[in-house]
Design a protein around this ligand. Structure first.
Ligand SMILES: [Zn+2]
Ligand SMILES: [Zn+2]
Length: 368
């Protein structure tokens, strides 16, 4: 990573710079893009790790003065390009924030969420319903940091934005408001209310994406965890199985697609190019759900079809994110479980084929 030189701001009269992480008066600025400022080095470092290293040069190009005067006819095209670029950065910010949230790196969520809110404000002038996902991701990170009051404030912003702007429940992120509400109730140990919010979350996510969609799986996963706190392992288990079914199917379809694509491509060098159809937030989400369920089932020494399915699901996941050794490890574990319980002929066949196709790739994998 390129280190950024920092220097005290020469603040023009009437203009103040605010730190993007904490909103206090800023004294240093990123020299490369000159679009973000910080109150101290720690906050600069936090922003770098949270999002800025990914978007710094894009921001620099985005805000660079046009080299020549733009003709009127070109202006519209220029503005459209600018808007597209901003929306693209917002998307990158939200994906990275989600990824850090799923990985439990709560401190790193804040800068990415703030950066996306800033761009939303530039585009839509006032805080709009479009910023709801950023508010929610921020609220969840603050719940994770035990900063309950601040988290509730952002959650209220999200709900307020929705009411004010007639935010439509058919919007792609609508169900997430309920998921964050459920987290708040969980932190407050109001388990029944948490379950009710998750039921709403599952309902709206199912309406939009279907009951077997990965978007819906988060509702089941969180509900399973609430039942775990309530000491109801049977309910926890049956919901975990649902989560495993959903992700298994999703990851298997993706792996099949990747394998088919690779077969068409006979240039061995192209296999070193990291490609997978998962975005980084989905990969982090899958890892969080499947690994937690794995640890729970492993601790309870369960050997059942779903445990084998979970292991194979993990194998597909690691295959997609190009961690071949891990993929082999989990596929082998799935095979051993099936041999122990003497079942799952179809799945055993699938594992054999998978292992055969994955093995020779090892030497091309740059991660090994
Ligand atoms: Zn600061
Ligand atoms: Zn920069």
């Amino acid at each position: 990573m390129e280190t950024k030189q920092i220097y005290p701001l020469a603040i023009p009269k009437g203009k103040t710079h605010k730190c993007i992480v904490c909103n206090r008066l800023a004294w240093i600025m990123c020299q490369t893009c000159r679009t973000v400022s910080y109150c101290n080095k720690e906050h600069q470092e936090l922003d770098q790790r949270g999002i800025h290293q990914l978007i710094c040069t894009t921001l620099r190009d985005l805000y660079a003065e046009p080299k020549r005067v733009i003709r009127k006819s070109e202006k519209e095209r220029f503005l459209k390009k600018l808007l597209d670029a901003k929306l693209k950065i917002i998307n990158v910010c939200l994906l990275r924030a989600q990824k850090n949230l799923f990985e439990g790196n709560y401190q790193l969520v804040k800068p990415a969420a703030f950066q996306s809110m800033r761009l939303y404000k530039e585009i839509y002038k006032t805080q709009s319903a479009n910023a709801i996902p950023a508010f929610l991701v921020l609220a969840e990170a603050l719940f994770g940091l035990d900063r309950l009051q601040e988290a509730c404030n952002y959650l209220s912003f999200a709900i307020e934005c929705r009411v004010k702007s007639l935010y439509n429940w058919k919007s792609p992120n609508s169900y997430k408001v309920y998921r964050t509400l459920a987290k708040m109730y969980l932190v407050k140990e109001e388990y029944q209310l948490s379950i009710e919010s998750l039921a709403e979350d599952i309902y709206f996510a199912s309406e939009l994406y279907g009951t077997q969609a990965i978007q819906t799986s988060g509702g089941y996963y969180n509900m399973a965890n609430v039942y775990f706190y309530l000491g109801k392992p049977t309910l926890t288990n049956s919901l975990y199985k649902k989560v495993v079914d959903i992700w298994y199917k999703f990851l298997k379809d993706m792996s099949d697609k990747k394998l088919a694509e690779d077969e068409e491509d006979d240039n061995p060098l192209s296999q070193t190019i990291p490609f997978h159809g998962l975005d980084e937030a989905q990969a982090a989400e899958a890892k969080l759900y499947l690994k937690s369920i794995y640890e729970w089932w492993q601790a309870s020494k369960s050997n059942h079809m779903h445990f084998a399915k979970l292991c194979l699901g993990l194998a597909f996941l690691y295959f997609l994110i190009l961690e071949t050794k891990e993929a082999q490890h989990y596929a082998t574990e799935a095979k051993e479980i099936l041999q122990k319980i003497k079942g799952g002929k179809e799945m055993l066949k699938e594992i054999r084929i998978f292992l055969k196709t994955v093995m020779p790739r090892e030497r091309f994998n740059p991660n090994i």
